[in-house]
Write a new protein. Structure first.
Length: 272
């Protein structure tokens, strides 16, 4: 197949996923989670839906499509590109009849919902809707932490914690709970390491997995993925995963306990 220019860039983005197979489930899962809505991109090929997810959105359309929906592309917004087939009429050697054959792909520019403004869309999920539904998000509110989303791109951080803010690059509750565990560890006075240190990352990943399980999100807990995450940091400390977890076990338990206590008290106060 012929891929040129922006089409080649899009194809390489897809291939890049397979260089990091651990990220595949995280990218692909939202496609199925939102697959029952009537957004135009649900009719796109699986490849183009994955490219949409990689762009950090679940709704993308062409410039005119957004205009027809009563929205307009914001000034300065940059398009990303999906793959549209290039066809050519050829003669079928076996039948002698003409048929259309795909001879390559061209790049078609589309824009994310997040890069548009205008009329609200009926039944369109918003980032705020998703944030409100996060497990134990009440703890973040009590602590005065703003939770926001950004366009996560392959190879960049999936989330971050910065004192009064949690940023999320993917719609994944496990990522939120990892960052919320950092916040709890911080409030407990234990987050003293700078940067991505094996101790703080072990606390956050282990605590996040525990919180996922407590919220009934066994798939999102991804214990195998959590183990591999901690293992990578354990290697930097030249320790075993077991040794790392044991060394910070008290911090893990204290972080989980603080999240649960804070969220529970907030729910009780709201119900009163």
């Amino acid at each position: 197949m012929n891929y040129q220019g922006k089409a080649a860039d899009a194809a390489n983005a897809l291939l890049g996923l397979f260089e990091h197979p651990e990220s595949l489930p995280e990218v692909v899962a939202p496609i199925f989670a939102h697959g029952n809505d009537d957004l135009p991109c649900r009719k796109w090929s699986w490849r183009n839906q994955i490219l949409t997810a990689l762009a950090g959105t679940m709704d993308a359309r062409g410039y005119r499509q957004w205009q027809e929906a009563g929205r307009f592309v914001k000034k300065g917004a940059k398009a990303f590109h999906i793959l549209s087939p290039v066809t050519k009429k050829v003669k079928d050697k076996s039948t002698g009849e003409d048929r259309m054959a795909i001879i390559g792909f061209r790049a078609t520019p589309v824009f994310r919902f997040e890069d548009t403004d205008g009329a609200p869309l009926a039944d369109h999920p918003t980032a705020q809707d998703w944030i409100t539904s996060l497990p134990f998000v009440e703890a973040a509110r009590v602590w005065g932490i703003q939770v926001s989303v950004y366009s996560g791109k392959h190879g960049n951080a999936l989330g971050w914690y910065g004192g009064k803010q949690i940023g999320l690059g993917v719609e994944n509750p496990a990522t939120f709970l990892h960052e919320l565990a950092h916040a709890a560890d911080h409030r407990n006075g234990k987050l003293v390491e700078r940067g991505q240190h094996w101790r703080s990352e072990t606390v956050a990943e282990f605590s996040g997995a525990v919180l996922c399980r407590l919220a009934g999100l066994e798939y999102e807990a991804d214990l195998g993925g959590a183990y591999r995450y901690i293992e990578r940091y354990a290697e930097t400390a030249k320790k075993s995963v077991r040794a790392c977890c044991l060394e910070v076990l008290d911090r893990i338990c204290e972080a989980v306990a603080l999240v649960l206590e804070t969220a529970s008290n907030a729910k009780a106060a709201n119900a009163a």
